[in-house]
Design a binder for this molecule. Sequence first.
Ligand code: 4FM
Length: 250
Amino acid sequence: MRVDVITIFEEMFSAITEYGITSRALKNKLWSINCWNPRAFTHDLHKTVDDRPFGGGPGMILMAEPLAQAVEKIRESGNNGKIISFSPTGKRLEDADVKKFAEDDLPLVFVCGRYEGIDQRFLDTFVDETYSIGDYVLSGGELPAMVMLDAIVRRLPGAIKDLSATDESFSTGLLDAPHYTRPERWRGQAVPEVLMSGHHENIKEWTRHQALQITATNRPELIKIARSKNQLSKKDEKFLELLLKSQQVS
Ligand code: 4FM
């Protein structure tokens, strides 16, 4: 997958190009990334990319023209993909979106804003989709772009050995169950006995129950969604019924 990114902070992307699964996937040519600094498309001594907002108000706004020239260079370089920006005002990024981007494997262009915002005329002219990664205000679009890229790249075929590493959470519609490793006793805490039993049927059932319990407690709406998609068995429903009696969830 080809990705071009417009950002005044190119170095930030080393977080995904130099570390972990995304770095290995880059070396294995599963994806590529090119950063474009809008300062390169300014013509003044100070390489100004921002200016004061019309109508007043606090902070500075990214000017349309340096961003537009960056997009035009990206187009000339051969990326004809969707142009995506990030804002709390955008559509919430969901696992289904991530899955689709990974499956489609089409080129993408990310525009990372800074300051108080981007001139709306640039957004109207060039941006196809705006995503939000959650209801909080960040300092710019770089972290959301990297969050989205990390989530997509790890789903590209070959990025992770265990293909069902995506089975950890959203493929089941439930949150992930807890995990344990050595030592068998740590600071007085034992590993749940069932996990040491070697009884795979029991382990599977315990793990499923743990997933149901943590989901019902922390994200009860996901139980309703899983139910509506027929992802819950009669056994699951029996367990949730017991859980409901023993507490106040789901
Ligand atoms: C700040 C984006 C300035 C662009 C931000 C500019 C965010 C979020 C976010 C901050 N993006 N989900 N939450 N962006 O806070 O997506 Cl110009």
